[in-house]
Design a protein around this ligand. Structure first.
Ligand SMILES: [Zn+2]
Length: 268
């Protein structure tokens, strides 16, 4: 089986206008979208960013009939401290093949806001990884830890700087991820758009040394031009760390896709 992108947004997510049908033209036999589920501060004037699960399921059903492809259901859980109960109750009521766990927002801002670049990097990193520690303790039954570096995207940290500011916190977080069989996501938006390849080299090796064996590659596409973006580069990074498989998720199943088979497919 071929690998397929494990982190994709369609217009069911608040920040994407792309139709699922458009992705399906590019996809092989299998496709998954991972839509945003963002509970926020109850006082936030914009309200929570949830998606219409029933409409999502209907569209998947319609497109499966139409195209004969398998379409899987995914969610990107944006953890928000204080809304754990709401997140849990939503997840209890809705079925997904894959659950990504993400950290986007602190109480006052989204960590990807450009204003973060003006803040004290030590403070930002400390705040972000404390949030992640809290969240991963509450939601370690998710399948994948998505873009572990989201909170420091605006800081341009080298891996050395990262290690001094957040190394200990991240090692503890990855230990927990390994203990609960959560996959490590190679987020190609982080790696190639935000130039955090160095941080991925660093964190991937720690996850692996701690015994982590599950890896996903996700483009975090919000439109079709980004689908599977830089996939081959991420494969090269895995191989450089002597990792020769990636994982894909189905409800109650985790599939190992060997990378060497993929190579042979390309060679011959
Ligand atoms: Zn995403």
């Amino acid at each position: 089986m071929d690998y397929y992108d494990q982190h994709v947004h369609t217009d069911f997510s608040f920040d994407s206008d792309e139709k699922m049908a458009a992705y399906l033209k590019l996809a092989g036999d299998n496709f998954v979208s991972t839509e945003h589920l963002d509970f926020k501060d109850p006082d936030d004037k914009d309200g929570d960013d949830l998606f219409d699960y029933d409409a999502y399921s209907r569209e998947i059903h319609r497109l499966e009939e139409d195209t004969g492809k398998h379409i899987f259901k995914g969610v990107e859980i944006g953890y928000f401290a204080g809304r754990e109960k709401d997140i849990k109750s939503y997840l209890k009521k809705h079925d997904f093949d894959i659950k990504l766990l993400s950290f986007h927002r602190g109480p006052d801002y989204d960590f990807d806001d450009s204003m973060v670049s003006q803040m004290d990097p030590l403070k930002v990193a400390d705040q972000y990884y404390r949030l992640m520690w809290k969240g991963i303790n509450a939601f370690h039954d998710a399948d994948v830890l998505a873009h572990f570096d989201y909170g420091v995207r605006q800081l341009n940290l080298t891996s050395g700087m990262f290690e001094t500011t957040a190394g200990v916190l991240l090692a503890n977080i990855l230990k927990l991820a390994v203990r609960y069989n959560m996959a490590f996501e190679l987020n190609t938006t982080s790696m190639y758009k935000y130039h955090n390849i160095g941080l991925y080299d660093y964190a991937l090796e720690i996850y692996k040394q701690l015994g982590g064996k599950r890896f996903t590659i996700g483009s975090d596409a919000h439109d079709t031009t980004q689908y599977m973006r830089n996939y081959e580069n991420a494969v090269d990074m895995l191989k450089a760390h002597d990792i020769h498989h990636v994982n894909v998720y189905r409800k109650n199943a985790m599939i190992i896709v060997p990378l060497d088979d993929v190579d042979e497919g390309i060679k011959y």
